[in-house]
Write a protein that binds this ligand. Structure first.
Ligand SMILES: Nc1ncnc2c1ncn2[C@@H]1O[C@H](COP(=O)(O)OP(=O)(O)OP(=O)(O)O)[C@@H](O)[C@H]1O
Length: 249
């Protein structure tokens, strides 16, 4: 029997009369490298918001490791191991990567705003943050202000930050988007070396990255699951090509 770690059943989300998520039943297997692709406006962001609890569904359910989490608050989903990467926003610009990740670890540990009261606790958190940052190619810049980092490093910091919550399922949102060519290789090699025990659902436009990373692909079109398959099946599917060509026409 396959081990399904994340599942949606007949998920729907309406915005007024518009159906942005149309009866999506998605299954993500434990340990998968599962990609969610689809043309602009297909509903990828809406589906991620439904999975993370940012948006409530109009109908249907979301399950994490067999538990119905449809009504669970976002932060509780993170505590259960379902985490997404998110774009570093202005809040983090003046922080260093070390401060950013240390704060996230402190948050996970529930020590929050008074963690500095314990020197030993503080040291442990900083050590873990430094270790995490070095795994993501950020050791040499962990004391710099985030705003001055090369863009590829900022994208890697987003992933390191997500790992501070110790995810079992990571929703990885376009990790290479906007990364200049000379930094791409580092981002892609770190993404491809993510720990195998973490299940990854990758939302991505870049087909080279999808085809090199994923072992399962779901194609979303107009809010609905259009087709699903292996890299070989999807890359050879003329209907998928037509969907993307239609977008570029
Ligand atoms: N809050 C909202 N209110 C109304 N319509 C919305 C809202 N959010 C999304 N939509 C609509 O739902 C559809 C799906 O949007 P969504 O952002 O989920 O697509 P996407 O696949 O992530 O697109 P992209 O690849 O361009 O980011 C779009 O037509 C969008 O206009």
């Amino acid at each position: 029997m396959t081990d399904i770690v994340l599942e949606t059943r007949n998920l729907k989300r309406r915005f007024g009369a518009f159906l942005a998520t149309n009866d999506v039943s998605l299954k993500v297997e434990r340990g998968a490298r599962h990609a969610l692709i689809g043309p602009n406006g297909a509903g990828k962001t809406t589906l991620i918001n439904l999975l993370t609890g940012v948006l409530p569904p109009s109908e249907g359910q979301v399950f994490l490791e067999g538990e119905d989490i449809t009504s669970m608050a976002s932060f509780r989903r993170v505590k259960r191991g379902l985490t997404r990467t998110f774009q570093i926003n202005q809040l983090f610009n003046d922080f260093t990567p070390l401060e950013t990740v240390a704060l996230a670890i402190a948050e996970r540990e529930g020590v929050g705003h008074n963690f500095w009261k314990s020197v030993a606790g503080y040291g442990r958190i900083v050590d873990e943050a430094a270790d995490l940052l070095s795994r993501f190619g950020l050791a040499s810049v962990m004391g710099e202000r985030t705003v001055i980092l090369p863009y590829g490093k900022q994208r890697l910091l987003e992933i390191a930050l997500a790992f501070a919550s110790r995810p079992r399922v990571l929703l990885l949102d376009e990790p290479a988007a906007g990364v200049p060519e000379d930094e791409r290789h580092e981002v892609l090699s770190i993404v491809s070396a993510l720990p195998a025990d973490v299940t990854v659902l990758l939302i991505e436009h870049d087909m080279d990255l999808v085809f090199s990373f994923a072992n399962r692909i779901s194609v979303l079109v107009a809010g609905a699951l259009f087709t699903e398959g292996t890299v070989a099946e999807i890359s050879a599917d003329p209907r998928v090509k037509a969907v993307y060509l239609g977008e570029n026409a």
